[in-house]
Design a protein around this ligand. Structure first.
Ligand code: T1G
Length: 701
């Protein structure tokens, strides 16, 4: 096994190489190796300078996240960095790829830093519910200033190497070979007889600005934009310590605050989310040698909101895409929608005019199916009605080349039935995008009964190409996300019959951390969509199952949400702010009266449990049926497609944190009171009885 850290003496220069694939994470072996290597370089009389470089795709990308929650193993990273910074010989870190978290902190412990032009540096710990715990909150402000340090540490967003040079984080950029660049710089340090330049001793970054005002402003920003999160406030407190305390005391304060974050349940949830997203990309029963087909050109059928959003996703990934509509007028509307969407980004400053034109040039409008003959993948995004799907897929079957991927963006229709409209069901797969498709990261990859392994692997590769978070789901009504959200939305509406208002339900769920409440969401997407789904469900589900009626009353009154100016809420023209809809009150009264329910006040916990546990119970049924591979896959779907708060880890992880016995008790109580919608999932009953969690079940423990 190759050493994780190697020391080579090259004349007067000590060359330290880290090699710990895949990202040179700072596991115990690497920390110990770094400590020994720097101590040996310090003791070697011949050595006058030290170079730290990493093998593989990136400089150290942080602490080993897999170690969190386990007993700490010496040496700690702060100890290692203290030795690095204390060296009497000047050291240079040679950065490439992404120097993140503890990786950047190690580089800050070195006396100088050079970076390859395409490298990035950052302190993303806040995204894991942590803060930079190895000196980053103390050393970065000393170099880059409090404002830049606060921005980087509280947002967790990396910056480019060039920007790092602007902010004194990196000394200079280089191109070409890492070792050559490092040795060249070290030789210059020796020739110039440079002394160690210890970051911890720098003060220029702490001077010249109103640090107190910067801290106050960041607190205000976090309160507004990151409500409910634990670690951002600790990040600010740690940087504030840097402005008030000498380095040693500041480092001590940082460790105290780091420990608070490490012990916070939010860290556990956010680390779970990190690994869950990566796990979702793996398909348990797909042979590892399955080779995806190459995707060089795409086509989208349907120039509506979804179709254009999907076309933009391909254009954003640099893939030429044909957009087909049934006639020139509809096509023109679609192309205009594409242009308007990009123009809005240009206006916001998130896209340049040139980039907009380059991407628009990748989108070609067509009205003839024959133009799709050479497409490698075709995504259908037409009206959610089987007859329309049949027409489309029969035509695609007739014109598309052999091996083309025929994908449907259907949000809940039977993909196997759609595949049966073609003579090549093995090439049919679901690519369920979430609106707006060019923005939302989630992609449900719907695996049909006949979808081939190669097509499935290609669908996952398309998701990666489009920078989506792809999760494989099976065929059922609503697949995973929508199947669960039907339960969630229905229970929310039942609460309106029990006595709540939309404001109370939405408010309770926003306080829980949901990005939007269920009724604001329904007003946004349009109540008629839910009405069509309920109509289909009433026709197929057992007749004794009760449905809430408030939504039907609103639809009957033509109140479909934002698009008609009123739904659960009222909206002023051109304004999306939800206001009380005075016509709703009588509908709520009538709905309760018709059900013989005496309206009463409902508390927040009851509202949250009624809605969130509905997700959990359905999620457990989905797992039993094999519609999702893992409980963490369900979490990934909810974190990336439904605004579930990342700091709670997703509905299944949240249920684990509450305790499945507690969840089951509530589900049983609701089952006894509200009927079969609440029939406990056998898997939930089994795990609760065994005292296990979904996470343990998934891991086979
Ligand atoms: N620890 C352990 N495993 C890691 C890891 C890490 N830091 N980073 C990535 N992996 C695994 C990942 O799970 C996957 O494993 C494989 O590497 C490839 O990852 C003290 C406390 C570096 C930009 O937050 O952002 O330092 O699935 O698919 O798309 O203050 O990984 O193959 O088994 O993401 O090329 C701070 C997290 C830690 C960086 C590369 N650092 N990583 O992206 O590959 S906390 C981070 C990333 C810290 C200090 C604190 C990305 C990447 P598998 P990948 P990628």
């Amino acid at each position: 096994m190759t050493e994780a850290v190697r020391l080579e003496i090259r004349g007067e220069i000590a060359l330290i190489k880290v090699n710990n694939p895949p990202v040179n994470a700072l596991g115990q072996v690497v920390r110990e190796g770094l400590l020994n290597a720097f101590q040996r370089a310090e003791a070697d009389q011949q050595v006058r300078a030290v170079v730290l470089v990493c093998e593989g795709n990136t400089f150290i990308a942080g602490a080993d996240i897999k170690e969190f929650g386990k007993p700490p193993q010496a040496p700690s990273l702060p100890e290692v960095i203290e030795v690095i910074e204390g060296c009497s010989k000047p050291s240079v870190a040679v950065i490439h790829g992404t120097a993140l978290g503890g990786g950047l902190e190690v580089a800050l412990g070195c006396h100088y830093r050079i970076a390859r032009r395409d490298a990035k540096v950052g302190l993303p710990e806040v995204k894991l519910g942590l803060l930079p715990g190895a000196g980053g909150t103390q050393r970065l402000p000393r170099l880059a200033g409090v404002e830049k340090a606060l921005d980087m540490i509280v947002s967790g967003t990396p910056i480019s190497a060039a920007e790092a040079v602007e902010h004194n984080i990196v000394d200079e950029l280089f191109d070409g070979d890492l070792v050559d660049a490092g040795l060249g710089y070290a030789r210059r340090m020796v020739e110039e007889n440079r002394a160690p330049r210890r970051t911890g001793e720098q003060t220029q970054g702490l001077e010249g600005a109103d640090n107190e005002a910067l801290i106050r402003a960041k607190h205000a920003e976090v309160a507004k934009r990151m409500p409910g999160l634990f670690s951002p406030l600790r990040c600010i407190a740690a940087v504030e310590a840097a402005t008030q305390l000498p380095l040693a005391e500041g480092l001590k304060r940082e460790r105290e605050l780091f420990a608070e974050c490490l012990n916070s349940p939010q860290r556990g949830a956010l680390v779970h989310s990190f690994f869950a997203e990566r796990q979702a990309g793996k398909i348990n029963d797909l042979p590892s040698d399955t080779k995806p087909r190459s995707i060089k050109t795409a086509a989208v059928i349907g120039g509506g909101t979804m179709g254009v959003g999907i076309a933009l996703s391909f254009a954003n990934a640099g893939v030429p895409v044909k957009l087909l509509e049934i006639n020139k007028e509809a096509l023109q509307r679609g192309l205009q929608r594409a242009r308007d969407t990009y123009a809005a980004s240009v206006k916001r400053g998130s896209l340049t005019e040139d980039a907009m034109e380059q991407r628009l040039a990748l989108i070609t409008g067509v009205t003839d199916y024959g133009a799709l003959a050479d497409a490698d993948v075709v995504v259908e995004a037409v009206f959610e009605e089987m007859g329309v799907k049949q027409q489309v897929f029969e035509q695609l079957d007739a014109v598309c080349k052999p091996g083309a991927i025929l994908a449907s963006n259907t949000s809940s229709l039977d993909l196997d039935a759609i595949a049966a409209f073609t003579k090549r069901p093995e090439d049919v797969v679901g690519l369920h995008f979430f609106s707006p498709a060019n923005v939302m990261r989630l992609l449900e990859v719907v695996r049909g009964e006949k979808t081939s392994n190669e097509v499935l692997a290609t669908a996952m590769a398309i998701g990666k190409q489009l920078k989506k978070v792809s999760v494989v789901v099976g065929v059922c009504d609503g697949f995973v996300g929508n199947r669960m959200v039907f339960q969630y939305g229905r229970e929310a509406e039942f609460l309106l019959e029990e006595g709540a208002t939309p404001q109370q339900v939405d408010g309770a769920l926003r306080n829980f951390g949901m990005a939007m409440g269920p009724f604001a969401m329904r007003d946004l997407s349009g109540l008629d969509i839910g009405q069509a789904i309920r109509k289909r469900q009433r026709a197929t589900l057992p007749a004794h199952l009760d449905f809430p009626t408030v939504s039907d009353k609103l639809c009957a009154a033509g109140m479909l949400g934002q698009k008609t100016g009123a739904g659960y809420y009222r909206y002023e023209p051109g304004n999306r702010t939800p206001l009380e809809n005075p016509e709703l009150g009588p509908m709520l009264e009538a709905a309760s009266r018709e059900k013989g329910i005496e309206r009463k006040a409902l508390d927040e916990q009851y509202i949250v449990e009624r809605c969130i546990f509905a997700l959990v119970n359905e999620g457990a049924k989905i797992l039993e049926e094999g519609i999702a591979q893992r409980s963490s896959d369900i979490d990934v779907i909810y974190l990336n497609g439904y605004g579930f708060p990342a700091f709670r880890g997703g509905p299944m992880f949240y249920a684990d944190s509450v305790g499945l016995d507690t969840v089951l008790a509530r589900v049983k109580e609701l089952y006894s009171r509200c009927g079969d919608w609440w029939k406990p999932a056998p898997l939930l009953e089994k795990l609760a009885a065994e005292g296990r969690t979904f996470t343990e079940w998934q891991a086979g423990r």
